[in-house]
Design a binder for this molecule. Structure first.
Ligand SMILES: [Zn+2]
Length: 133
């Protein structure tokens, strides 16, 4: 388990986040496909961690993966994301978390477009969009 620079108690997380955000970000939940607010959202700007506000993804790297979740081919930089091998649900997947606060974001798959070939499949509830200034 990593030691994240931003630490909050469970009660503090419940206070800060709405129930869906808490379920996804702190309980490793997954929102239903096509239910979140960002799967079909394409505007200039960036997407920040719901837990701590760290900028995680830029709109320039977002693409339509037709999967019902916001998808990106790269994070803003490698340091903002933590990758953890996830063997739950009978699969081997790579979970991605915020490297600052440990919030669960989603998973990364090796079937994305160029230039990285990666697909970061992220829950809308784990991120917050801020438009270009
Ligand atoms: Zn965070």
């Amino acid at each position: 388990m990593s030691d994240y620079p931003i630490k909050r108690t469970d009660a503090e997380w419940r206070e800060q986040l709405d129930p869906t955000q808490y379920q996804v970000a702190r309980q490793h939940g997954t929102e239903r496909a096509f239910s979140g607010k960002y799967w079909d959202h394409f505007e200039g700007g960036q997407y920040n961690c719901i837990g701590c506000g760290t900028p995680l993804f830029e709109a320039d790297t977002k693409f339509d993966a037709h999967c019902g979740w916001p998808s990106y081919w790269a994070p803003i930089n490698a340091e903002v994301i933590e990758r953890i091998t996830d063997t739950t649900h009978g699969m081997v997947r790579v979970e991605v978390r915020c490297n600052k606060c440990g919030s669960h974001l989603g998973h990364v798959f090796p079937d994305g477009p160029d230039p990285t070939g990666e697909r970061f499949c992220i829950n809308s509830a784990a991120i917050d969009f801020s438009p270009l200034p």
